[in-house]
Design a protein around this ligand. Structure first.
Ligand SMILES: [Zn+2]
Length: 187
């Protein structure tokens, strides 16, 4: 947690400024309020050769685990450009945005994830920045237990239209019977 004011270098203290809101870091010298904002990340679901492009992380958190290409949005950067940039950096693939797939956020997590469905345009798949390996997984081969983040898992399931049923959670495993209460996919 931050200790010093970025404006004057004074001590920050936690204060309740408004009932019902979280406590804020307030400078005891100049009164500056240091709001801790969410972090915005983008991820890219790239269909290719009948499967989906995934990369194995070479950094923490989630070192050695699989994700789809993605990363943090820079300040002032349009999110559609960020997802194209991150996909290129991590996979050497040039893509274009097709549509927003979903927005994923979780209680207690600072990161809000925008998942985009992107379309492959050019390039040969290869591991790039911060990635150990890049490859295409067919839907039935997606390594669900080795996926680093729940937002990645949720976005892939939404892309595959799997909903909560968990279909395809690895071949050879028991697939639970569909619940009669599960409504048909409205999309
Ligand atoms: Zn200050």
């Amino acid at each position: 947690m931050y200790k010093f004011c970025p404006q004057c270098g004074g001590r920050l203290a936690s204060r309740l400024l408004k009932a019902g809101e979280p406590e804020r870091l307030v400078c005891t010298g100049c009164g500056f309020v240091f709001y801790l904002d969410p972090k915005l990340a983008v991820i890219s679901v790239v269909p290719k050769d009948g499967g989906v492009v995934m990369v194995r992380r070479a950094i923490h958190p989630g070192y050695g685990l699989w994700v789809v290409p993605g990363g943090f949005v820079d300040v002032g950067e349009p999110v559609e450009e960020a997802v194209v940039r991150e996909t290129l950096e991590e996979t050497h693939l040039t893509v274009q945005v097709e549509r927003l797939l979903g927005v994923y956020s979780y209680r207690g997590s600072p990161t809000v994830v925008l998942a985009f469905l992107t379309q492959y345009l050019a390039g040969d798949l290869a591991s790039g920045d911060e990635t150990l390996e890049a490859r295409i997984f067919q839907p039935g081969d997606i390594p669900w237990p080795e996926i680093a983040f729940r937002s990645t898992r949720a976005a892939l399931k939404d892309y595959l239209g799997m909903g909560e049923m968990g279909l395809g959670e690895g071949r050879g495993k028991t697939i639970p019977p569909p619940s009669p209460k599960t409504p048909p996919n409205p999309l």
